[in-house]
Design a protein around this ligand. Structure first.
Ligand SMILES: NC(=O)c1ccc[n+]([C@@H]2O[C@H](COP(=O)([O-])OP(=O)(O)OC[C@H]3O[C@@H](n4cnc5c(N)ncnc54)[C@H](O)[C@@H]3O)[C@@H](O)[C@H]2O)c1
Length: 259
């Protein structure tokens, strides 16, 4: 590795699993100190243990303002500053607009959209005072194009892109950049759950194996994503190599959205 994040302090939410764990590890491998945050405290501890002494674990429910505030303060207390916040924690769930209940809708928006705003709300004052920072928001190709069967998820992810642009405009003059990552399908526990819901007998959909094969074929690169694909893009957006990139929703999708 090349120490592209040497001297930087970062928070990664959803760091107990999938993209978040891979990104926390990539940030650390590039020289950052990393606060690994997740509602799964044991999983966050495990990620921090895998990284070593430059990481700390923090248990957080990203829907709770007090807990998100405490997470940001814990980063500053441990590492003196917060240069990067990857608001990545999220859930996946199948459901069309007519099927959804208000409870499921509100839960999805709380975890996948409101949480991203809360992370920004508490990190921004520190970043402005420090003279800059990089907010990285986890969106999805479902926030860019119609995918089908995930109405509340897609609405939340599209909302993340709108929030990203607003923050980029409002805080660019203070040196804070804000970008969204929009991955297509990367097999993680979140995706496996949605595949299983869609193929459940009552849903009457294709089997999980059929969905995996069909999903790969929809990508010009003829493969699904890997957690390292997302981690590599997050490292770039966290680094000083991307200092003139802000307000963007970057498709990470093997060509899915242009095909
Ligand atoms: N995997 C994909 O194909 C894909 C595609 C597009 C976007 N995404 C997004 O990437 C992000 C990470 O997903 P993943 O695929 O790595 O899934 P994952 O299930 O492996 O990881 C998600 C993590 O978020 C944590 N989390 C959930 N609710 C939380 C809460 N309230 N507070 C704190 N942590 C919480 C979970 O405990 C888990 O560790 C999500 O926002 C997801 O929507 C994933």
């Amino acid at each position: 590795m090349t120490q592209r994040l040497a001297g930087k302090s970062a928070v990664v939410t959803g760091a107990a699993s999938g993209i978040g764990r891979a990104t926390a590890q990539a940030f650390a491998a590039e020289g950052a100190r990393v606060l690994c945050a997740d509602i799964d405290g044991n999983g966050a501890e495990e990620t921090a243990r895998l990284i070593g002494p430059t990481a700390r674990a923090f248990r957080v429910d990203v829907t709770q303002p007090d807990e998100v505030c405490a997470m940001v303060e814990a980063c500053v207390a441990a590492f003196v500053k917060i240069d990067v916040l990857f608001a990545n924690a999220g859930i996946g769930e199948a459901g069309t607009a007519a099927e959804l209940t208000l409870e499921r809708w509100n839960r999805m928006l709380a975890i996948n959209l409101t949480s991203v705003w809360l992370c920004a709300k508490y990190a921004l004052p520190h970043m402005v005072r420090q003279g800059g920072g990089s907010l990285i928001h986890q969106s999805s190709t479902a926030g860019l194009v119609g995918v089908g069967g995930i109405a509340h998820y897609a609405a939340a992810k599209a909302g993340v892109i709108g929030l990203t642009r607003q923050i980029a405009v409002d805080y660019g003059p203070q040196g804070v950049r804000c970008n969204a990552i929009c991955p297509s399908t990367i097999p993680t526990p979140l995706v496996t759950k949605v595949w299983q819901e869609r193929s459940a007998p009552q849903a009457g959909g294709p089997s999980t194996a059929e969905q995996i094969a069909a999903a790969a074929l929809r990508h010009p690169m003829r493969r699904l994503g890997r957690v390292d694909d997302a981690a590599n893009l997050a490292v770039f957006l966290a680094s000083d190599e991307s200092t003139w990139i802000t307000g963007q929703a970057l498709a990470l999708d093997g060509g899915f959205t242009i095909a």
